[in-house]
Structure formats: C-alpha cells, structure tokens
Design a binder for this molecule. Structure first.
Ligand code: ATP
Length: 513
C-alpha cells in the first residue's frame, strides 16, 4: 500500500471506529482541532498513564503538578514567547495559500536527502554484500553533487533563520525554484513574522481588561512553580517536575491530521540539576526516553535521534526523537538542555530570588534544566500508524486489525456469549461483572461470532472470550488472541491471573527497570 493511501486509511479508521473526530463535526469541523471519541480517549489516557507512571512512580526524585492554562502575561514576556514565538510566513498569490517559509525550505532540504538515499539504495542493490556505503557516499560524483547542494542550502537556511533574515528566507525560496504545491507557481509574497500565541482577555472590557494568552507550552507552569515545589516537597537536586496538559498554538500550516494541531496536549518533565552536570543528564534522559518508546515494541528501526545543529539561544544541547510516520521520520519528542535560562528570566521579571541552596557545598545557585517534552497527540498518531494492519486471511478475506500494545488498548477483553439465548448471556455478564474491576471489558452479543471478532480486531482489543454451551459444565471459555487468532480453552477462574499482567501498564513499566 502506498504510504499516502495508508495514512488516509488510518485517518478514516480513526473516525469510523470512534478514535478521533474533527472538532464540531456537524458544523463541518474546525481547522486543526480534533475531538477524541469513545475509544480514542481510552487509548490517550493509557498513553498518558504510561508516561506519568514512568516518570512519577519510577523516579523517587520526580513529582507531578497540574498548573493552570491561564498565566500572568509577564510569564510570556519573560519566557521570550511574546517577542520571539513566531513563524516566518509566506503566501502564494495565485493559490492564496499560506505556508511556513522554514517548512518549505526544510522540505527542499529533505528532497536532496531523498535523492542521496535513492542513489545509495540503488547502489546497495547493485553491489549486494560487497557494498561499502561510507565509501560510496564519500566518492560517488552524483551523491557528492547532491550533498554539496544540500549542505550549501542548509548553511544559507541556518544563517537566515539565526539572523531572522526574512528577505534572506524569501531569496532562498526563489533561488531554489520552490513552487506552491497547489498552484505550481513561484508568485510569492514577502516573508512576514507571525506570533503563534492565542490572545484573550481577562475581566470585562469596561473596567480595563488585560490581555492574557492561552499557554503555548506547559513548561512555563513548571518553571514558575519551581520554588513552591522545591520548598514544600523539600526536593534536593537533581529533581524533576512533570506535568501533562493542554497547549495552544495558532499553527498556520496545520497539516497531517493530529500531527500538527492548534489545541494539543503535552507531557513535559523539567529536570533540575547542578550546573556543569547538565550534558551528562541530557545524555541520560535521551537514553531513558528512547527506552520508553522502544518498550512499546514498534522496533528500533522506526526511531532515530535528530541532534540539533542550530540551537535556540538558551539551549546548550537539543535532540528530537523522531518516529517513522507514513509521511517520513517526524519529531515526536524533544529533549533540550535549557541551561538556567528560564529560571533566570523569571527571577529577573518577577524580582524574586529563584535559587537553590546546596547543603553539600553551602553555595546558592540557579539550577540548570533538562526538558523532555512529548506531544500526546503525536504519540497517539505514532501508535495508530504502527498498529493499523490489513491482513489477508486464507479464503481471500481481509481483516483490519489494530495491533495496539495490549497495555494501551482501549478495551482489554471482549466478553461474548456464543448465542443470545440458553442462559449464555447471563453467564457472560457474570464473568464480566467480576473482571470489570480489574480491566476494561466490553460485552457484545449482536451478530455472528465472526463479525464480533472483527469488530474487536478493528479497535485493537487484545483478547476475546466466548461463553458457549460447554461453559456451564466445564467452567471454561474460549480465549482468542487478536494477533495470532489462536483459540484455547481456559478456566474462567484463571482469566484474571492470565490476562492482568499482559494488559496492564505495569507490564510496560517493568521493561523500563
Ligand atoms: P515542530 O517543530 O513540529 O513545530 P516544536 O519543536 O515546536 O515542534 P516543541 O515546542 O519542542 O515542538 O514541543 C514539544 C512536543 O510537543 C513536540 O515534540 C510535539 O510532539 C508536540 N507538539 C508541538 N507542537 C504541536 C502541535 N501543533 N500539534 C501537536 N503536537 C505538537
């Protein structure tokens, strides 16, 4: 299946099976805003629980908070968001479509990378076992030519972005001959800065309302609570504060479904450390976070680190964890060494001392900070993309199955009476009433058993049990495994013990220790 088609199928599957709906669907939706349906919310909650528990349960020195979305407007002055949280935008006069200039150029850089990769793949096929990739990349004239053009473009782009040279960005778009994907023309406007924060007002306008912002990240809620948590929790460095919450960005180029939304959710953890130890901690968090992703079992090949060459002025190291989406490797999580920038800025703007007294050395200093920041929705998308399968079955039938990690699946067990009579529904209900306290179960008695299995496959339910006419006599049910479709007879009394470990978040957490 072409990757584009695969992605379209995933998007429509999400809607058809109650995972994700466009916001305000009956009014034809609202751009880049989505609602999670009855299955989506369960999957999303499980992702959040996996993250939260991996941070707060597994680390004695990490605690959580839940700060408000509205914050004092000076927070965003101090953080730099009022002055610098901008995207450079450009319009195509013919299609009237608006684009991010940086994204147009980054896509162009990716095209050179693709050309290089194609040459390498072709040669690898030609030379087989004997292929020396490093040598080929260093000597092949076509690869060298593409690499030189890519590197020159990358340098020009980095320089223009660092200097926020908007004319320079436009000139690159013109020189590279980048066309609008809709109109196919190069009829571009100038590049302009656009601030991504949503503004609103607090208080009534009559008595002097003040402008406040919907938070564009959850991190600042942690920084402004640093002192509160450190003092009341008697925290000693190194320690972390974790938070899950909504963030809002007026994304102009909102594309790719829930990959880039205007209202989204972040799971962020700020880890405060002694100055000078931050790079070591940055490396440790990179590994820890990758391990968290790998425990889901999607395969190492589907992840990569992307170390930033261009660092924000406050960072001394930064890296993204990228996941192979159907539209290429994309950032799912950012890990940033943010130095003491944020705490120092809040110290400056609030006039309050934000220092740590180190009982070991007797010194007071501003801690350095390592941030791990992951989007819940992007994580959700990566889980969906990896789990969606269309399988050809013997006999020519196709089944659509979501091979979700069992611990993340919205429903863990479907309880199905073979027929809707002979006392089987009552027996099935009794089993369900017992198990529902331990994991999410669904009862279904409509349609043939085959159809009911397919319905559960499509929403990723890892196990189904069927209650049949033998159950009353032998106390056993048929347990069916979603992925293998294997069935086995299992005593009802053993079900909890058999399944609980396989479907619980604990089963994932144990892989991290
Ligand atoms: P991008 O470069 O894709 O705009 P970013 O580098 O601005 O992302 P961060 O500010 O580092 O993103 O935010 C941390 C995480 O929050 C990202 O890794 C991503 O998972 C998520 N995120 C950021 N913006 C959005 C968005 N508009 N929609 C959904 N998730 C987002």
């Amino acid at each position: 299946m072409a990757q584009e088609d695969a992605f379209k199928k995933i998007v429509s599957h999400c809607k058809e099976y109650g995972f994700v709906f466009p916001s305000s669907d009956i009014y034809d939706g609202l751009g880049a805003v989505y609602d999670y349906g009855q299955n989506g919310v369960e999957l999303k909650n499980n992702i959040k629980q996996y993250w939260w528990q991996s941070m707060v349960l597994l680390h004695e020195n990490i605690v959580g908070i839940d700060s408000a979305i509205f914050m004092h407007p000076t927070v965003w002055k101090a953080s730099g968001h009022v002055d610098a949280f901008n995207d450079p935008l450009i319009d195509n006069r013919d299609s009237k479509k608006r684009y991010r200039a940086d994204v147009l150029i980054e896509d162009q850089i990716a095209k050179y990378d693709e050309k290089i990769d194609k040459e390498v793949a072709k040669a690898a096929k030609r030379f087989g076992e004997a292929f020396d990739e490093a040598k080929f990349r260093a000597t092949n004239p076509r690869v060298l030519e593409h690499t030189a053009r890519r590197d020159a473009l990358h340098k020009r782009y980095s320089d223009a972005m660092n200097a926020m040279d908007l004319d320079g960005l436009k000139q690159i778009i013109l020189d590279e001959g980048i066309v609008c994907p809709i109109s196919g023309t190069r009829n571009w406007t100038d590049v302009r800065q656009f601030n991504l924060m949503f503004k609103t007002e607090v208080g009534s306008t009559a008595d002097g309302a003040s402008t406040i912002y919907l938070r564009p990240e959850t991190a600042q809620g942690i920084f402004v609570n640093y002192l509160n948590v450190q003092k009341t929790g008697r925290m000693k460095l190194p320690f972390g504060i974790a938070q899950i919450g909504k963030a809002f960005r007026n994304e102009i180029v909102a594309r790719q479904f829930i990959f880039r939304m205007r209202e989204f959710e972040q799971m962020e953890m700020q880890f405060f450390v002694k100055p000078g130890t931050e790079i070591e901690w940055f490396k440790r968090w990179k590994e820890t976070r990758l391990k968290w992703h790998l425990a889901l079992g999607f395969g190492e090949d589907n992840y990569r680190f992307h170390d930033h060459e261009k660092l924000a002025h406050y960072a001394n190291a930064a890296c993204d964890i990228e996941f192979r989406m159907p539209f290429g490797f994309k950032e799912v999580e950012g890990i940033h060494s943010r130095t003491d920038f944020d705490l120092k800025q809040h110290e400056k703007f609030s006039g309050k001392s934000i220092k740590y007294f180190d009982p070991e050395t007797g010194e007071s200093y501003t801690p350095y900070d390592i941030e791990t920041s992951i989007g819940v929705d992007r994580m959700f998308l990566s889980v969906m993309c990896h789990s969606y399968c269309e399988e050809q079955l013997p006999g020519g039938e196709t089944r659509v199955v979501l091979k979700l990690p069992a611990a993340l699946a919205p429903t863990k067990l479907a309880v199905l009476p073979l027929v809707k009579k002979d006392g089987l529904p009552e027996q099935a209900r009794a089993i369900m009433n017992e198990l529902r306290f331990h994991f999410n179960c669904k009862y279904d008695e409509k349609d043939s058993i085959g159809k009911r299995y397919r319905r559960q496959d499509a929403v990723g339910t890892p196990y189904c049990i069927t209650v049949d006419h033998e159950t009353a006599g032998d106390g056993c049910v048929t347990l069916r495994d979603r992925d293998t479709m294997q069935q086995e007879r299992v005593p009802v009394g053993k079900l909890r013990e058999l399944l609980e470990d396989k479907v619980s978040i604990t089963s994932l957490l144990k892989k991290l220790c």
